[in-house]
Design a protein around this ligand. Structure first.
Ligand SMILES: Cc1cc2nc3c(=O)[nH]c(=O)nc-3n(C[C@H](O)[C@H](O)[C@H](O)COP(=O)(O)OP(=O)(O)OC[C@H]3O[C@@H](n4cnc5c(N)ncnc54)[C@H](O)[C@@H]3O)c2cc1C
Length: 470
């Protein structure tokens, strides 16, 4: 049996960060990758956010020479697709004045293929002295008196040491250690995506500084498009409980939109690869460790509860896991009790801050862009009415405002319960109950209510008259 201080299963961003941190602390470290190299599958996640540059020095060394697919983008486009499958409007957004982290004022994501990013990040671990074993599937955990003591690989080779589960969404370490069974259907999403190849100059000319697009829709769950130096991904997902048809049926709805087809044509996009992945997406991680075992990244359920950004949380939890393991090893105590320290560490980080409002964020997201038929079917026309209705030269503007107000009234029976059920709890979680009570103070509300009611009644009386005239 081979002996190590730390054994890491998986060489994704989480595993490689953990391996680097462990080797730098002088711990004898091995990390395993079932692929021929890290990132072999060019899977999924590829938008890297600014906090990675703020919190991980290695990111400053990521250049287009090392990662040729890299593309920096400052803008995000939000398309709104209505019940008829038409793009009824779009909004382009850029970082705003309230952003305080200076680099984040000029770009929102740096996009690069995982087939380039994962091997790049793994090199920092091997340079620090960690041993990388590729083309090796770790098939099980070694146990002594029911306690995990190491791992066994597909060739029957045994390794003894502290175990970090960095093995992604379908984590063997999580299951074999008894931390959990498979994810429940409501905790995990499935995401198919197409990768298109385009010429870099076309992308630059046509997309300019756009990094990504989100397709908010009444006919399919929210879809994302990420632009790289020489291509783009288009994908969509939803929780396993949602699908009434094969996910590809919905992804093809995006691809078949007239608007998307036109964009693909002018970009001269050619389909290159198809991927489908699982991604845990939940309000809060739990059962993250047991005796001699810690789960990080997707294995521990750490993707952001709102947008499922998962690379940064994988790296943050990788670092927190190694700090914990190092303390546990030097104290000679790797019991679950000692490892509770891991939870305290990640909870004190930016990842933990995100999960403080995790249940509310996950809930509103699930109920909005991922409920196309139930919510987006009224939300998209309501939003378009609100922001686009005034762009009309068929009537005087005052008449248009009244027409818009009348139309908005129709959405209230759906919008008000949504606000009460999803928005108020989220605002309460963010602002705290005390401040929310001030905002929704019944006394103050009641004092202004008669005036508001009178104004609304007057507006509708006016527009009724207008309509009768026409
Ligand atoms: C479609 C999609 C789009 C996404 N977009 C983004 C995005 O834009 N930005 C972002 O930050 N996040 C994104 N994410 C999330 C992100 O991809 C993950 O959260 C992130 O990869 C998690 O990193 P990890 O190291 O925990 O696990 P992974 O990246 O899943 O790495 C696990 C590694 O372990 C290996 N492995 C697994 N089991 C074994 C085993 N038994 N033995 C040996 N090796 C094993 C795997 O081959 C893999 O290399 C996206 C996810 C999906 C599915």
């Amino acid at each position: 049996m081979k002996e190590y201080d730390v054994i890491i299963v998986g060489a994704g961003p989480g595993g490689s960060t953990a391996a680097k941190e462990a080797a730098e602390k002088g711990l004898r470290t091995i990390f395993f990758e079932r692929g021929r190299k890290p990132g072999e599958k060019n899977s999924s996640g590829c938008g890297l956010g600014p906090r990675m540059w703020r919190d991980f020095d290695i990111m400053k060394e990521l250049t287009p020479e090392k990662c040729p697919s890299m593309r920096e983008g400052a803008a995000a486009r939000n398309y709104f697709v209505n019940n008829d499958g038409d793009v009824s409007g779009y909004i382009m957004t850029k970082p705003t004045d309230s952003v305080t982290y200076e680099p984040a004022r000029s770009w929102i994501t740096m996009n690069c293929y995982r087939s380039e990013f994962d091997p790049w990040i793994a090199k920092f671990a091997t340079a620090a002295g960690a041993e990388l074993k590729t083309s090796t599937l770790v098939t099980g955990l070694l146990k002594e008196r029911n306690r995990v003591i190491g791992v066994i690989d597909e060739h029957g080779e045994k390794y003894r040491g502290f175990v970090i589960g960095a093995d992604g969404a379908v984590s063997m370490v999580a299951r074999e250690s008894g931390l959990r069974e498979r994810w429940k259907q409501q905790q995990v999403t499935i995401i198919p995506q197409y990768d298109f190849q385009c010429s870099p100059s076309k992308i630059d000319d046509i997309m300019g500084d756009e990094a990504l697009a989100v397709w908010w829709s009444a006919i399919f769950p929210a879809s994302y498009q990420v632009f790289f130096h020489d291509g783009f991904h288009i994908g969509l997902g939803n929780w396993m409980t949602w699908w009434d048809k094969n996910p590809l049926y919905y992804l093809n709805k995006v691809v078949n939109l007239e608007y998307f087809q036109r964009l693909a044509r002018i970009l001269e996009g050619k389909p290159r690869e198809f991927h489908a992945h699982l991604l845990p997406w939940q309000g809060g991680p739990h059962d993250t460790h047991t005796d001699n075992v810690i789960l990080i990244g997707d294995a521990g359920g750490f993707p952001c509860p709102l947008e499922a950004e998962g690379i940064y949380p994988a790296m943050v939890t990788g670092r927190a896991a190694i700090e914990t393991a190092a303390q546990a090893l030097s104290a000679g105590d790797t019991s679950k009790n000692f490892l509770d320290l891991y939870d305290r560490k990640w909870m004190a980080s930016s990842v933990g801050e995100e999960f403080k409002t995790g249940p509310e964020l996950a809930s509103i997201w699930r109920a909005l862009p991922f409920s196309p038929h139930a919510t987006m079917s009224w939300f998209v026309p309501m939003l378009m009415e609100l922001i686009g209705g005034i762009i009309d030269w068929s009537e005087p503007h005052a008449v248009r405002v009244r027409q818009i107000a009348r139309r908005m009234k129709r959405y209230l029976p759906q919008a008000i319960p949504f606000i009460m059920k999803e928005v108020i709890p989220l605002l309460t979680a963010i602002l705290g109950e005390e401040k929310m009570n001030l905002l929704t103070d019944p006394g103050k509300l009641m004092a202004t209510m008669p005036e508001v009611e009178e104004a609304i009644a007057l507006a509708f009386m006016e527009s009724d008259k207008e309509e009768r005239k026409n």
